[in-house]
Every structure is written in C-alpha cells, then in structure tokens.
Design a protein around this ligand. Structure first.
Ligand code: 6R9
Length: 575
C-alpha cells in the first residue's frame, strides 16, 4: 500500500450530478434509471431512438450533437435533427442492400462524421456494428470480419485494400465513403446512395436483449474475441455518463477515444447522446497543439482521455498549454491504464482540475470503479464501485480478502452493460466466470480500509500499450509469419510514457543472422500486417523461446530476461 496517502479533497456542497456517493450507493436502483428511457412506456427498444430521435423531436432538435473538425479541411456541426436525418438515410441505404436485424456490419473508417452516422445507421435497423480501428492492417481486419461474419463493411478507397475480400466469403458488399471513381458490382458509393435515400426510417423495434455492438478485444491467448453488447447497455452508459463523467445539458464534452475502441462508443456515442449532450470529435493524429486548440475552440467543459495522452502532453511541456485558454474545463476523467500521480498532478497544474479515474473494460461496457466529482479520493487509487454495481477483491476461491491484501479484481455479474456473449465462442465467455459467483476482470488489486480499490496490474499477459489492449498471441502470430522468424514470444515492457511497450523475443530460422536491419524489417512487417500500435518497439534475438512441456510460452521467463533477473523455477520448462 502507498506509504503516504495524498488526498484530492472536494469542496463541500459541490454542484455535481452525483451529490452524495454513500447515500446513492445505498439507495440506488437501476429501475429508476430505466424510467428515463422512452422504451419503458412504449416497450419499443432501439438505442437510436433514445440517443437521437427523441431529442430530434424535442426542444433539443437544433442542439448540436456533434462538433467535428480535423482543424484543416473539415469543420462541421450536426444537430440532433441532422443526425436523425442522416442516420435514417444511411439505414435506408443498408436496407436497400438487404441488411436486416441482427446482421453484422463492419465500419472501417477514419474518425469522421461518416463513422458516427454509419454506426447509428446500422443500429437504426437493428443490425450490429463491428467497429474496426483505422490503423488495423490486413490480418487484424480479416480476423474480425471473418469471426463476425460481417455482411458488409463501410470503408474508404484508401482503407479498402486492407480488406482481404477473397478470404471473407460472408462479406457481400462494401460501402465506400468518398469515392468518385467507378465501382465494382459489389460496391456502392456512400455519397451517391445517401443522396437518393429517404430522410425517414423508423427504427427497427427491438428488445432490451437484442444486439447493440460488437467490440473486438484481446486476451492473453488466442485471436481477438468479439464482446457482444445488448441494447440494455444504454442504461449503464447513460447513468455513468451522468454520474462519473458528470455530464450536463449545457456541457461540451470531448471523449478523445476512437470508436474502434469501446470508450469511443460507450462514451463517444451512446452515453453523451442518450443524455442529449453535445460532443466534440477531433479527426487526425495526436498532437499537443491540436488538442489544446480543440479545447479552446469548442470551449470544452468535460474532457475524457487516457493516461498515455496526459503523459504525452506532459512531455511536450508547459509552454504549449500556456498559449491556449483552457478555462472552460470543469471536469476531467481518465481511462485505460492507471494514471500515475505525477501525470495527475501535471494535468491539475495546467487546468486546475485533477483527472478522475474510471476503471472498466470492453467486456464490462461501462465504467465500474471510479473517482467521483463530489467525493474525496486518494491520489493513485482507482476509486469506488459505481452505485448499483459491486466490485471487490477476492482470492482464488472467490472469498473477499481483507483490506490491503492483493487479489483478483472481480465484479458481481448483472450490471446493465455486461457483455451478452463472446461472439461465436461460448467457452471463452465462460472463462470470465471461472471464480465462482464473480466476473473475473483479469486485473489484480487491493481494497484499502476506506473501501477504495487500488489497481495493481494485469494478472495475465494482456498488454496495454498507449491505453490500447493488445494480445501477445496476435503479435506472436504476426511475427512468425515473417520468413526469418522461427519462434516468437511477446511481453509488455513497462514504459514511462506508454504504460507498456511491446517487446518481442525472436528465434531466427536457420540461415538468418541477427542484425539491426532485420529487427527493423520484422517490426515493419508486423506494422504492415497487423497494426502499427501492435508492432514491437523492441526486439531481442534469442536462441530459443522458453516454453512449458505442453508448449506454452513462458512469458514470466521472458520478463525476467528483459530485466536481467534470475528466471526462478523452470522445472516445467521443456528441455
Ligand atoms: C475501457 C478499457 C481493459 C483493461 C482493464 C485494465 C485496464 C482500464 C483502467 C485500467 C487501471 C484504470 N484499465 N481502465 N487500469 N486504471 N482506470 O480500457 O477497456 O481496452 O478492454 O481494457 O484496461 O487492465 O482490465 P479495454
């Protein structure tokens, strides 16, 4: 436990949406939140009605839902009414292509308004969006579109070559955004189809249990897995956006995450828009100047980002933020990895506000352990369970451990946005419930005497690099596809800015010599086949990859090698 605990104290009577955590935690009922949704009275469920149509039919009609800029070519704003119209058009485009309720549709697009319109257009007809991060290369795309058996994919001419269509028999059609050229018979132009589509499309009425979205994410073994969420998840998105992000009607909210990741949909789309709050999207690459400029330009009031981003801003120095007016900010939150106290204090220094932790996962769909705007917290802690949920720390048998003792971070199943299934993989789903009575996160943590939970790291081999979740197996598979690589083992190596970086140990095939150019070539190969963020930043050549007798890579040994430490017990290692 931290020797000297520093508190972030909150003024009494602070005007937050969640005024008194302890009372709320005692009295909270999800049924009360359900009443905020129209489906409670109509029985007709569709997130697009709750996030768009009901606002478009209210006094929020002309309110800006989405501010979009790339600070160069595009500078646009879309009201809730615009979103109702455009997502209806896109829904009609999909209908014309024969897409029906329950079909999976990929979105492989840069962060542009079309991506948001596509996701909600897919939802409108009850189909299931499968967002694919823009930086994914061929292998990553193939794995995800193959597993989800997506019927169509919305993409751009520039990204299209990365979709291996010949090996995706289920993929019938591409919708191309920004294409003026000739199209093949299984392609349509987004612009041309949108121009002739009707502005009206009643949502497909669903049940609470029907599909909302599939987000692919990584585990410590195997290929990426698709976490399917249900429509009912919107109840969790809504309430956490209200109490953890503290969103209000007059806020201008900036969630910096891409919808290719769960944060970019739960809190880039569903949370803020079910609340009717204006959201900012910045296209293009990370750059400190552009980020501060965005806060200034839109007078952003609530900012939700990740520790790596805060640390990158920190390393760019204090002179840059001084050139911008950041005084509009009133609340800041953080997600994806632990926020180190140094970065927290730096953000506080430049904005006057300490970022508040929110802990959750792709599979949990919503924030579960948070620091709250009105509640004192200890700097460095992960926070307290969200009202209506119960997260705690247990031993291997599922018994809660005493304060201060390290254990598995678990959650009592049954919160609104818990994933419904792992797509096409019931046994993977069951693995999350291996500790009797609990959803096992795979993280380790301890609870202190005051009930604050302190994240202590992953208990498995999953890597978090720049806040993005990467499975070692995916990287190892990409590495061994290189002609010079015989075997590979991958670990996350601690890094001051990125949290972890990907480090690969590589054994070469006969006839290949270790060299610096070869390292570069191998890293480049992974970048081009999987994704830039999944490419190893460090490669060590070794004779052999340490494996157990049953053939499992011993990453514990790799980590010890990396640190130059003794390897410990190797009795299970193969000869
Ligand atoms: C939303 C998201 C989930 C894993 C999770 C944990 C780590 C997320 C954190 C955090 C410490 C926080 N994580 N938030 N660790 N403090 N506030 O990140 O989902 O990409 O699925 O990652 O990220 O290890 O298990 P996902």
């Amino acid at each position: 436990m931290a020797a000297q605990v520093e508190w972030e104290r909150k003024p009494k009577g602070l005007d937050a949406n969640l005024k008194d955590y302890e009372t709320a935690y005692r009295t909270f009922r999800w049924e009360d939140v359900e009443r905020e949704f129209d489906w409670v009275t109509t029985g007709k469920v569709n997130v697009v009605h709750e996030a768009v149509d009901r606002h478009a039919a209210s006094s929020r009609k002309d309110k800006v839902a989405l501010y979009y800029t790339d600070l160069e070519r595009r500078d646009e704003r879309y009201t809730f009414e615009d979103l109702a119209r455009l997502t209806s058009r896109f829904a009609n485009v999909l209908k014309r292509l024969g897409v029906k309720k329950g079909d999976r549709i990929g979105t492989f697009l840069p962060r542009t308004p079309e991506l948001y319109i596509a996701i909600l257009g897919i939802n409108r007809i009850g189909a299931i969006p499968v967002p694919l991060f823009e930086a994914f290369m061929e292998q990553a795309i193939q794995d995800r579109l193959e597993n989800s058996e997506a019927l169509a994919c919305v993409t751009t001419p520039a990204l299209k070559p990365r979709i291996p269509r010949r090996s995706l028999p289920a993929l019938k059609c591409l919708v191309l955004v920004g294409d003026e050229g000739p199209l093949s018979s299984d392609e349509v132009s987004y612009e041309r189809e949108m121009a002739s589509a009707s502005d009206r499309c009643e949502p497909e009425w669903l049940t609470k249990d029907d599909g909302l979205i599939i987000h692919y994410t990584s585990g410590s073994t195997g290929k990426s897995k698709g976490a399917l969420h249900r429509q009912y998840a919107m109840v969790g998105h809504y309430q956490t956006a209200k109490w953890a992000l503290d969103l209000r009607d007059d806020d201008c909210f900036w969630c910096t995450a891409d919808p290719g990741w769960v944060t970019g949909t739960s809190y880039g789309i569903y949370g803020p828009w079910t609340l009717g709050v204006s959201s900012v999207v910045l296209g293009g690459r990370f750059d400190p100047d552009r980020w501060y400029q965005t806060i200034q330009k839109y007078r952003v009031t609530m900012w939700y980002s990740a520790p790596t981003a805060y640390r990158m801003l920190m390393s760019a120095g204090e002179a840059i933020p001084k050139q911008y007016d950041l005084s509009s900010l009133r609340h800041i939150c953080s997600v994806g990895e632990p926020l180190n106290p140094e970065a927290l204090k730096w953000v506080k220094k430049i904005t006057g506000l300490a970022p508040h932790e929110t802990w959750w996962m792709t599979e949990t769909g919503m924030q579960l352990i948070c620091n709250y705007r009105s509640l004192d917290f200890k700097i460095g802690c992960t926070g307290k369970p969200f009202p209506g949920t119960y997260a705690t720390v247990v031993d291997d048998q599922g018994r809660e451990v005493p304060p201060g003792q390290l254990g598995h971070l678990v959650v009592k199943p049954g919160w609104p946005s818990m994933m419904k299934e792992i797509w096409n993989n019931p046994s993977k789903y069951q693995e999350y419930f291996r500790i009797p009575g609990w959803y096992a996160s795979g993280d380790s943590a301890f609870k202190d005497d005051d009930g604050y939970i302190w994240y202590q790291g992953r208990a498995d081999d999953v890597i978090k690099t720049s806040g993005e979740r990467v499975g070692p197996f995916e990287v190892e598979s990409a590495l061994v596809a290189h002609p010079a690589v015989a075997e590979a083992g991958v670990i996350g190596k601690p890094d001051a800015v990125r949290g972890q970086i990907i480090k690969a140990f590589v054994a070469l095939r006969k006839g290949h010599q270790p060299s610096e150019p070869l390292k570069k070539e191998i890293a480049e190969f992974v970048k081009n086949n999987l994704a830039a963020h999944a490419a190893p930043r460090e490669i060590d050549f070794v004779e052999k990859i340490p494996k157990t007798r049953s053939g499992k890579i011993m990453r514990r040994v790799l980590r010890a090698w990396d640190l130059g430490e003794p390897v410990g017990d190797t009795s299970t290692m193969e000869e």
